[in-house]
Design a protein around this ligand. Structure first.
Ligand SMILES: C[C@@](CO)(OP(=O)(O)O)[C@H](O)COP(=O)(O)OP(=O)(O)OC[C@H]1O[C@@H](n2ccc(N)nc2=O)[C@H](O)[C@@H]1O
Ligand SMILES: Nc1ncnc2c1ncn2[C@@H]1O[C@H](COP(=O)(O)OP(=O)(O)O)[C@@H](O)[C@H]1O
Length: 289
């Protein structure tokens, strides 16, 4: 019996860092939301006691470096499961893009194996487990829209963004999250107002949401990769209401409420960038199947 689970990408509407902690991580305040660009995860039970990763995408590791593998290993070890599983990852989310593709795959494996192996764990328990894999995994377990604090693993559900179109454009460069955080100068940060963003969502105020988007990692990535700024300028020129880099980048997203304008931005961007997507915000939380 196969089990299918969707693993949606996330964007950061706002990302602030407060200070560097003694464990080396940065204390963050972020508003994150899921969009309907998703990997498809297919779980097939195996008689042999092994975890097998299968993916046709050459950038996706097929061994223990894969976050989906780590999720399965964690569940097996924690709950003493002696069965095996094949994890087929149909990749739609660009890799190393600031869209949490690997984290979302890991979260989907946690939700899926919970179902497949009849563990009856809550989303809260899965999110706590997920934090051991990576800072973004807890958010991805819940999906929807959240204020994330701590190193990103403390999740509070908040209101979904007002309906709009999201155009995602990923320049053909890979970015290391670790390297971007390492290059962040905490003394010179221009802090965005995270609480105004939370308010904007509460008030369903699209203009206020656009006005309060901000990401302190953006200047770090743009200083290393000029392409990010170029794509931002193009998106603005084609008519996006607000434009921001997601996470540590390099993917840039632009927002509009008008479908015709969304297509104009999408078509315009395709001339400059190989990987462009036009998606909707999902906004609402996952449920356990
Ligand atoms: C920047 C963000 C924003 O959502 O996303 P991405 O760009 O990766 O999508 C996240 O904070 C990334 O989360 P994630 O990709 O899970 O990071 P982790 O594996 O936990 O950490 C990778 C490295 O990033 C740095 N790191 C990460 C999180 C954090 N709060 N402070 C940090 O300094 C650390 O150097 C760590 O070794
Ligand atoms: N299931 C997975 N899908 C994609 N990348 C993965 C996966 N598991 C591990 N990785 C590794 O994680 C790194 C970050 O990838 P990803 O999660 O897509 O980006 P980001 O952290 O920027 O959102 C990549 O370099 C890749 O080798």
């Amino acid at each position: 019996m196969r089990f299918l689970e969707k693993a949606p990408a996330k964007i950061n509407l706002v990302l602030d860092t407060l200070y560097k902690r003694e464990d080396g991580y940065h204390e963050v305040e972020m508003v994150m939301t899921t969009v309907d660009l998703a990997d498809r995860i297919e779980l097939t039970p195996l008689k042999s006691d092994e975890i097998r990763i299968v993916s046709e995408n050459r950038f996706v590791p097929s061994d223990s470096r894969n976050l989906a593998y780590q999720a399965a290993r964690l569940i097996k070890d924690t709950y003493h499961i002696r069965e095996g599983v094949e994890i087929f990852i149909e990749k739609q989310i660009p890799v190393a893009a600031g869209l949490a593709g690997g984290s979302s795959d890991a979260a989907a494996v946690l939700r899926g194996l919970n179902h497949l192996w009849g563990l009856d764990l809550s989303l809260d328990t899965l999110a706590t487990l997920g934090a051991g894999i990576g800072s973004d995994v807890s958010f991805c377990v819940y999906g929807g829209t959240a204020l994330a604090t701590g190193r990103g693993e403390q999740i509070k559900e908040i209101d979904a963004p007002p309906p709009c179109w999201v155009i995602l454009a990923k320049p053909s460069i890979g970015v290391s999250t670790k390297a971007i955080y390492q290059n962040l100068n905490l003394e010179t940060i221009d802090h965005p107002d995270v609480h105004k963003m939370v308010e904007a969502l509460q008030e369903e105020d699209y203009d206020k949401m656009c006005a309060n988007m901000g990401n302190v990692l953006e200047p770090v990535t743009t200083s290393l990769h000029a392409e990010v700024d170029q794509i931002k300028s193009h998106m603005k020129d084609f008519g996006a209401d607000a434009v921001l880099m997601s996470g540590s980048g390099p993917t840039v997203f632009g927002l509009t409420q008008q479908e015709s304008r969304a297509h104009r931005i999408y078509n315009g961007l395709r001339g400059f960038c190989d990987e462009v997507y036009i998606v909707r915000m999902l906004g609402t939380r996952n449920t356990l199947d």
